[in-house]
Design a protein around this ligand. Structure first.
Ligand code: ATP
Ligand code: MG
Length: 337
């Protein structure tokens, strides 16, 4: 698979991984903007050097885990305190180590955290830098340990300890759920302990230069650049062209599909139809609006549009916009009906 320019984002994350740990980093952005791909690229490039040990967990790969599954995902049984994840072929990533005879049943949360801590200490003792990365972190939301303790909340405490308090290990969390970022933002444990990094749409200039590299004609580029915002769309345009679907036709189809998805959301929430249309109409002449442009009474309905990935809520910058440019055109098409 080709990798399209994300130089700025890669440099930022590569540098971040090597900084003295001081805060938890939350990487967020519109659906399919390329968060996971960029992170994997950073791991790939940095792990060549052998002085960084990546504990990388992609929770998208798994069904929403139970407590026992969480333990199986995060730990590997063996002699060492940290062990290569041999299930990954291309990536050099590690899992926290745990003794062969360890009983995952009846384990206390503090024991789990001790094990994580021991793994991280062992990496440092070996003269290397540990970096913990969790993709789709929100999937741990509903796991509770004995006494009803929320795993996620307790993990945040551990992460603050590892970063801001003891400066032992960088922690990077990715999420495609922007309402989750809002919850994090409000979480008092994370106050003055977290940083946020946005991986956004591609710039128009980048889209144009990538399309040029991919051999599209000037005319095609001029047309497509108006509609394309995600790397995924570019690779789809390339594939579609190969099977004989023109740029114009591809984009027309995508907008139709997006429009249909929005209509579906409206039909599923008929009692909110007026409010949904009221929110969407704010995007008639604007690609983005301010959080303050949404009346408080509309916030519940706004959440439906965010959950359905029609709108992207950038809580850090106080901005709301469609999740992609094609979505924006779909909204405008729908409003004309
Ligand atoms: N820089 C890039 N070059 C080429 N393809 C890319 C690039 N970034 C992302 N893609 C492609 O776009 C698709 C979505 O990327 P990815 O899964 O990384 O996005 P994401 O932001 O993590 O999405 P989600 O919000 O669903 O978690 C994938 O098919 C990926 O291969
Ligand atoms: Mg992702």
């Amino acid at each position: 698979m080709k990798f399209y320019n994300r130089e700025m984002e890669i440099n930022y994350l590569k540098t971040y991984c090597q900084l003295e740990p001081n805060s938890i980093l939350f990487v967020y952005g519109p659906k399919s903007s390329g968060k996971t791909t960029v992170m994997l690229r950073v791991i790939e490039e940095l792990s060549k050097r052998d002085d960084i040990i990546f504990f990388y967990y992609d929770l998208r790969r798994y069904a929403t885990p139970t407590k026992e599954e969480f333990l199986e995902i995060f730990f590997k049984k063996g002699e060492k305190k940290y062990l290569l994840n041999t299930l990954e072929i291309d990536l050099k990533i590690f899992k926290f180590g745990i003794e062969e005879n360890y009983d995952f049943n009846n384990i206390k949360l503090n024991d789990v955290f001790d094990k994580i801590y021991e793994s991280i200490k062992a990496v440092i003792r070996d003269g290397k830098k540990p970096v913990l990365i969790i993709d789709e972190l929100q999937k741990l939301k509903n796991i509770y340990f004995n006494g009803g303790k929320s795993l996620l909340n307790e993990l945040f405490n551990l992460f603050v300890h590892l970063t801001k308090v003891r400066h032992l290990c960088n922690v990077i969390c990715l999420t495609s759920d922007t309402l989750f970022i809002q919850e994090i933002y409000k979480n008092s444990t994370l106050e003055k302990a977290a940083e946020y990094y946005l991986i956004d749409w591609l710039s128009k200039e980048d889209v144009e230069s990538i399309l040029k590299d991919e051999g599209f004609t000037e005319k095609e580029i001029k047309y497509a650049a108006k509609f394309i915002s995600l790397p995924y769309e570019i690779s789809q345009l390339v594939n579609n062209k190969k099977v004989g679907i023109s740029v114009e036709e591809s984009i027309k189809r995508w907008i139709n599909i997006e429009k249909d998805k929005i209509r579906y959301t409206i039909r599923e929430n008929l009692d909110k139809k007026e409010e949904i249309l009221k929110i969407l109409s704010k995007f008639k002449d604007n690609i983005k609006i301010k959080n303050d442009d949404i009346e408080d009474e509309l916030f519940g309905t706004l959440k439906i549009l965010i959950e359905n990935e029609i709108l992207f809520y950038d809580v850090i910058n106080g901005i709301i916009k469609p999740s992609s440019l094609t979505k924006w055109f779909a909204i405008n098409n729908l409003l004309k009906m």
